[in-house]
Design a protein around this ligand. Structure first.
Ligand code: PAF
Length: 319
């Protein structure tokens, strides 16, 4: 196969841990890119940033059953291993771990991570009970296997990024988590493995999410804007699209992901939306007034600026 020229496919977690020890003995750092496969341009961007770090790039592909709160969602999740390995090679990955479930969850499988606190409980945590326990359990196992490394995660899953950063800070001090900007299709839809599951009508309709987020940003920049008016602007734009069903819209502070009362400091607008059976999430950055200014007159009056940390693709290709 084409990919076999360069990429080394490894199925054993222990073997990979030994290989990484060996790389470190040779003086090379490790760049870890954990994924569930079905790779797309967002993953290419993670791999490119990992490669730019000058470290040995290690991709992991594992559709993690413990993070799916819905069995049919797990069964439906796209699996495209041969194509993934070609892309991994094209993006300069050196080692690719594709473990079995027994490898990732070896018996007796007694250790699970339980996520707690506001970072976990709101938004995805509220909509998908147990989801983050599964994410942090598998990411913890990958961090444990990788040892000292730099690990790359996308900002599209913003709450996940915050939680894996917390996991590293609390349990894996030698893991440095790097957040990478959202990569978008030409119509603004955030690259996601789930996009491939959308019907063509729903795929077209999904562009409403980014348009609504931009309208929220626009609303935030107007005089007298509040977090509530930004949220209302995003909701009302999405509600005009009959194929979209909103799960949540939130304007949140980035430190704890709690709803922002006022447009102050660094924030994020978070959205989750269903199109038929497919659930998509997205977010954009928003900067409000400097927190010090919050005590004086005009606090929360808007004038927010938008941090559009995003990369737009020129092609319409979904994956
Ligand atoms: O973002 C993902 O693809 C997954 O949640 C992750 C981080 C690989 C854990 O399974």
């Amino acid at each position: 196969m084409r990919w076999a020229r360069y990429v080394r496919l490894i199925r054993s977690v222990t073997q990979l841990a030994y290989e990484l020890e060996e790389e470190r003995r040779k003086g090379r750092g490790i760049a870890l890119v954990p994924t569930m496969g079905s790779l797309h341009a967002g993953h290419s961007s993670l791999l490119a940033q990992a490669r730019q770090s000058g470290r040995a790039v290690v991709l992991t592909i594992f559709v993690n059953p413990t993070q799916f709160d819905d069995r049919s969602d797990f069964d439906r999740y796209p699996r495209t291993q041969d194509r993934d390995l070609e892309l991994a090679e094209a993006e300069g990955a050196e080692l690719v771990l594709v473990p079995s479930t027994e490898q990732m969850y070896p018996p007796p499988d007694v250790v699970r991570v339980t996520a707690s606190g506001p970072l976990t409980e709101l938004w995805e945590g509220a909509s998908r009970p147990g989801h983050f326990d599964g994410v942090l359990t598998v990411v913890g196992r990958l961090f444990g296997m990788a040892g000292s490394c730099r690990a790359f995660f996308g900002e599209k899953d913003y709450q996940q990024l915050r939680l894996v950063s917390a996991l590293a800070a609390e349990m894996f001090p030698l893991v440095e988590v790097v957040g990478c900007p959202v990569v978008r299709e030409a119509d603004g839809v955030a690259c996601s493995s789930r996009n491939a599951l959308l019907s063509s009508e729903d795929r077209r309709a999904a562009a409403v999410i980014h348009r609504a987020l931009l309208e929220g940003c626009d609303r935030a920049s107007r005089h007298g804007a509040s977090a509530a008016s930004v949220e209302a602007a995003v909701r009302s734009r999405i509600e005009k699209e009959p194929r979209a069903e909103i799960d949540y819209v939130g304007v949140v502070r980035i430190d704890d992901l709690v709803p922002a009362g006022e447009l102050v400091g660094e924030m994020r607008i978070l959205v989750a939306c269903r199109f038929g059976p497919v659930r998509l999430i997205d977010n954009v950055a928003l900067s409000g007034a400097a927190p010090e200014a919050g005590a004086g007159a005009g606090a929360g009056e808007g004038h927010a600026v938008v941090g559009r940390r995003t990369a737009i693709l020129s092609s319409q290709d979904d994956d």
